[in-house]
Write a protein that binds this ligand. Structure first.
Ligand code: FAD
Length: 307
């Protein structure tokens, strides 16, 4: 068995593995794809002390740093269940079971897609999911935000301070965002809100986004918006389906509940990053949380003898 098994190889998992391995304990990472969401990112300008980097480059450095400590890295394996019998057992979809004294869950999250033509093609070429990350790339331009929930309206308010104009496009005939956010958005002169609008297509010129089409659901008419950026804000889904029915408590949104040391409800199981209740989902925040979870897990190991 391992001392610490990290499930997930994104920024949170990599940081957790490095902090654990530096304690001289037997550490492994099991992940579907090393690098996580960072592999889908082009420009990164908010990884503090590194003014500019790109996702695949950061992911390669993460892997190199992890391997420097002799962490065993198992990729292309998906965790399917977790249980405890003294050791924590992680069952893989392949049928194998990995045993460890402590486990750190860092399986991240995924943005819910619109599933319309052009979205995939123009991802990172105008189709964006993270206003904190990509907002400044659209300085002085017109953008759309798809989704009128809290994250959509927060994104619109945030972007309105940077870009020329924001159009919020909401499918329903009402906004779900908190009243205080709606009021703030309506008070800003460069935000328009369109309701009962079904986004039908992302339109590009071959290299970048130039607009989008939507159906006016009251008339059935197709309308066009000329925008350089489209921020999709229709939900962030934690990759925690495999924990449903386990002893690891999740919120109703599927986020893993953690305390200030990263501990979950199952003894010996810690969690970090976008898969958890951490309020903001960013690379630097995930890395900090990974370090916290590893130190939390080490604290657990020195207090609980091996079974
Ligand atoms: P993830 O990066 O999601 O990694 C999860 C890991 O778990 C992966 O290795 C995955 O393969 C693995 N995994 C998932 N399920 C299982 C399973 N069942 N079994 C085994 N392995 C599993 N943040 C910034 O700070 N700056 C930016 O500029 C920025 N730009 C972004 C651009 C895009 C397009 C996206 C999508 C995100 C961006 N983010 C940015 C957010 C940032 O990428 C995330 O906050 C961060 O990657 C979260 O790290 P994580 O380790 O918690 O999860």
């Amino acid at each position: 068995p391992y001392d610490v098994l990290v499930v997930g190889g994104g920024p949170a998992g990599a940081a957790a593995a490095i902090y654990a391995a530096r304690k001289g304990i037997r550490t492994a990472i099991v992940a579907e794809r090393f690098g996580g969401q960072v592999m889908d990112t082009v420009g990164i300008e908010n990884f503090i002390s590194v003014p500019y980097t790109e996702g695949p480059k950061l992911a390669a450095s993460l892997e190199q740093h992890v391997k420097q400590y002799g962490v065993e890295v198992i990729t292309e394996q998906r965790a399917a269940a977790i249980s405890r019998d003294g050791y924590v057992n992680v069952d893989l979809a392949s049928g194998a079971t990995l045993k460890s004294r402590a486990v750190i869950l860092a399986t991240g999250a995924r943005w819910r897609d619109l599933n319309v033509p052009g979205e995939l093609e123009y991802r990172t070429k105008g189709v964006a999911y993270c206003p904190h990350c990509d907002g400044p790339f659209f300085k002085g331009k017109r953008v759309a935000v798809i989704g009128g929930g809290n994250s959509g309206i927060e994104a619109a308010i945030d972007l309105a301070g940077i870009v020329e104009h924001v159009t919020v496009v909401e499918f329903a005939d009402t906004l779900r965002a908190d009243e205080v956010l709606q009021k703030k958005a309506r008070s800003m002169s460069n935000i328009d809100i369109i309701m009962s609008a079904r986004t039908t297509e992302v339109i590009g010129d071959g290299s970048k986004v130039v607009g989008m089409d939507y159906e006016d659901r009251t008339t059935g008419e197709i309308k066009h918006l000329a925008v350089a950026g489209i921020f999709v804000q229709i939900g962030l889904v934690p990759n925690t389906e495999f924990l449903k029915g386990s002893e690891v408590a999740l919120t109703r949104f599927g986020e893993i509940e953690i305390d200030t040391k990263g501990a979950t409800s199952l003894p010996g199981v810690y969690a970090a990053g976008d898969a958890t209740t951490v309020p903001f989902k960013q690379i630097i925040i995930s890395m900090g949380a990974g370090a916290t979870a590893a130190l939390g897990a080490f604290d657990y190991l020195i207090r609980n003898p091996a079974p």
